[in-house]
Design a binder for this molecule. Structure first.
Ligand code: PGA
Length: 234
């Protein structure tokens, strides 16, 4: 079983979600399919697909106009929330500390956080990929976790760019993440790969050791693109 998570970012409509959910009803798969959609689509009927949010406030409640708390997300019936996506880190200056606070609140509301880590092009070129990944994992995950979490490795330079690291690079990153999680006592935590995943590369990426699934952006928006990714692996 692999995790196939879609991230709709700021795309889609409630109608588009209904169309996707209807299309996914007949897909025969043992994989765990998750759709992380805009807040306005949470709470809609999602059939056998689990819904998730794409971000959560770093505060529990109160005077934070425009923000959405973990408890509010959980109340919609959503099960997951992405934290620390590279677009949040880039456009909203979210640090590992902020990401960890968000993950803590998500966990206390009973949500499974999908915690994203990954290096920028600048960090890659400076030879810092492994250091950034390891500190991202160590610093973005709350201590004493005893609920499910998911980690996503998203090389930031490859997102939405049609670029992907080599198989060897993905294997090295995922091995480091798995080893780091083991050192933290988080054995068996699923680690997803994300960045320019599509039907033509999904099966190959998911055959790499320590890759437990994928986090898909652009190719999760339309059933014709997303379903072949779900069915590309058993
Ligand atoms: P992409 O996005 O698949 O469009 O590259 C991945 C992501 O941002 O999670």
């Amino acid at each position: 079983m692999k995790f196939i998570a879609g991230n709709w970012k700021m795309n889609g409509t409630r109608t588009a979600l209904k169309e996707m959910v209807d299309a996914l009803q007949n897909v025969d798969t043992e994989n765990k399919v998750i759709l992380c959609v805009p807040y306005t689509m949470l709470g809609l009927n999602s059939g056998k697909v689990s819904l998730g949010a794409q971000d959560v406030s770093a505060h529990e409640k109160g005077a934070y106009t425009g923000e959405i708390s973990a408890a509010m997300i959980a109340e919609t019936g959503a099960k997951y929330v992405i934290v620390g996506h590279s677009e949040r880190r880039q456009y909203h200056e979210e640090t590992n500390d902020i990401v960890r606070q968000k993950a803590e609140l998500a966990l206390s509301a009973g949500l499974t956080p999908i915690i994203c880590v990954g290096e920028t092009m600048e960090e890659k070129q400076a030879g810092k990929t492994m250091a950034v990944i390891e500190s991202g994992v160590r610093e973005s995950i709350p201590s004493d976790v005893n609920q499910d979490i998911i980690v996503a490795y998203e090389p930031r330079w490859a997102i939405g760019a049609g670029l992907t690291p080599t198989e060897a690079e993905i294997a090295e990153a995922h091995k480091l993440i798995a080893d780091t999680l083991n050192n933290m006592g988080l054995y068996g935590t699923p680690v997803l790969y994300g960045a320019s995943v599509k039907a033509t590369n999904a099966a190959e990426i998911m055959s790499i050791p320590n890759v437990d699934g994928v986090l898909v952006g652009g190719a999760s928006l339309k059933p014709d693109d997303f379903i072949p990714i779900i069915t590309s692996v058993k």
